[in-house]
Design a protein. Structure first.
Length: 96
């Protein structure tokens, strides 16, 4: 299996969607994997698996915001796509 470290800014919509599905309420400390990169810097990431690849998505406040924005955008309701026909009849006319 291939392993890739990815910055959230380079996520495609498929990976971002998988991330939101796996962590619908956001991730917490127990979901974070910590490791050191080649420059001996501590990296914190969350894991997303596909059929052939394990992605370690670097975490931070900007990733949380991107996940929130992505899920809110999916939940927005577009009124322009709804075609409603409303027929109001005056019920008082039949009372005479």
């Amino acid at each position: 299996m291939i392993r890739k470290i990815v910055d959230f800014r380079k996520l495609n919509s498929d990976l971002l969607n998988r991330l939101v599905e796996k962590y619908p309420d956001g991730y917490d400390d127990r979901d974070i994997i910590s490791f050191r990169n080649a420059n001996n810097e501590v990296i914190e990431a969350v894991e997303i698996k596909t059929e052939d690849t394990i992605y370690l998505i670097k975490v931070g406040t900007r990733l949380e915001k991107a996940m929130e924005d992505f899920s809110e955008r999916d939940l927005e309701y577009d009124d322009s796509q709804v075609d409603l026909e409303v027929n109001f009849e005056d019920e008082d006319e039949d009372d005479s």
